[in-house]
Design a binder for this molecule. Structure first.
Ligand SMILES: NC(=O)C1=CN([C@@H]2O[C@H](COP(=O)(O)OP(=O)(O)OC[C@H]3O[C@@H](n4cnc5c(N)ncnc54)[C@H](OP(=O)(O)O)[C@@H]3O)[C@@H](O)[C@H]2O)C=CC1
Ligand SMILES: N[C@@H](CC=O)C(=O)O
Length: 320
């Protein structure tokens, strides 16, 4: 299958490396990539991980018209205010008859129901496993393995950048030094304020709640507070009491609606939500038939995000 990629940064390159690694068993080809400042590149025989960019296609529609791909990957930066321009990129690809896979949580948080419906009408797939907890099956877990189960709520620690920053601050480093560590790992958002202020977690929580709880919320409706007010001194005080801090996202059904909250919570050190180290992340689902169950990933990185995209790609290819 031929793949076109809109947005070719940390995640796009990690995905291209994974495809190279799996080439003999999975003959997918990246035939086109498009970026904001570096230009566009095309080759129907398949592009290398570091393609030679030519001038940028004037619009994403023209890029996709030239790409001649069957699947489009949307990998541009998160916009927590509206999910754009990624939502428009996805619509454009669907209108051009392409299946779409994204790691961008914005479109899922703002428009998952509408995009699913547009894909369904066109006989296409819209998939986004990599948006929440990298490659850990979260959406696929609920869709494929929990038939008939109603999700009543969830609690998740699923922003890796704030975990890296908090760990750095508890070693006495500054917020900026923590951001630099996360950037080196390639996991910070293009604007890391979206991690620090809890927008990334709010978008993941809204995306999850909309898909697995049919919540119909936007990230703006998440009661959100990030880690921006924490200092190394405050963290040391908290840790001296035997507790720790993590940015926790919670969802709960209440009075016919779903309430969402993101907070830097002070947790007992033996709380399961406090147990993840480094970039590790965790989600606990509250269900009607299976009680509480969860998934976690130990120290995921870009390779696991790439796997989230790859798992969707393989799944779509198998269904054709
Ligand atoms: N990094 C991670 O660990 C994870 C990231 N994600 C999500 O994946 C997405 C990509 O992340 P990441 O690769 O780290 O981001 P980067 O900032 O590294 O790359 C973003 C890419 O998008 C391009 N771009 C920006 N705006 C546009 C536009 N309007 N049209 C076309 N291309 C555009 C940039 O172009 P140029 O190169 O020219 O600047 C760049 O190539 C984000 O939505 C992020 O939230 C999800 C899971 C994990
Ligand atoms: N910035 C995000 C990247 C993955 O979604 C994070 O730190 O978790």
């Amino acid at each position: 299958m031929r793949v076109a990629i809109i947005g070719y940064g940390n995640v796009g390159r990690a995905f291209a490396r994974l495809l190279e690694q799996k080439r003999s068993a999975y003959p997918f080809r990246i035939v086109a990539v498009h970026t904001a400042r570096h230009g566009s590149a095309y080759d129907l025989k398949g592009l290398p991980v570091e393609p030679a960019f030519g001038p940028a296609a004037p619009t994403v529609d023209e890029f996709l018209a030239n790409a001649r791909a069957e699947i489009a990957l949307e990998l541009t930066p998160l916009n927590p205010e509206s999910g754009e321009p990624a939502i428009t990129h996805i619509r454009t690809a669907l209108q051009r008859g392409m299946h779409v896979i994204t790691a961008n949580k914005g479109p899922v948080a703002f428009a998952s129901a509408a995009l699913h419906e547009e894909a369904r009408r066109a006989g296409l797939e819209f998939r986004y496993e990599a948006t929440t907890m990298d490659g850990t099956p979260v959406y696929n877990l609920v869709r494929n393995n929990l038939p008939g189960v109603k999700i009543e709520g969830f609690a998740g620690v699923f922003n890796s950048t704030t975990k890296v920053i908090l760990a750095a601050m508890s070693r006495g480093l500054t917020l900026d030094e923590g951001i630099a560590e996360a950037r080196t790992l390639g996991i910070a958002e293009a604007d890391p304020v979206f991690d620090i202020d809890g927008w990334d977690s709010a978008c993941k929580a809204a995306a999850l709640a909309n898909v697995i709880m049919d919540a119909r919320v936007t990230p703006q409706q998440v009661d959100r507070r990030g880690i921006g007010k924490l200092t190394p001194e405050k963290l040391a005080e908290i840790q001296a009491t035997g507790k720790t801090v993590a940015l926790v996202a919670r969802a709960k059904r209440a009075a016919g609606a779903v309430k969402l909250r993101v907070r830097a919570e002070v947790l007992d050190k033996d709380d399961i939500l406090a147990s993840m180290r480094g970039t590790s992340n965790l989600l606990v689902l509250e269900t009607d038939l299976m009680g509480k169950l969860g998934v976690f990933t130990l120290k995921p990185g870009l390779d696991q995000t790439a796997y989230g995209l790859f798992s969707d790609l393989v799944d779509i290819a198998r269904s054709l």
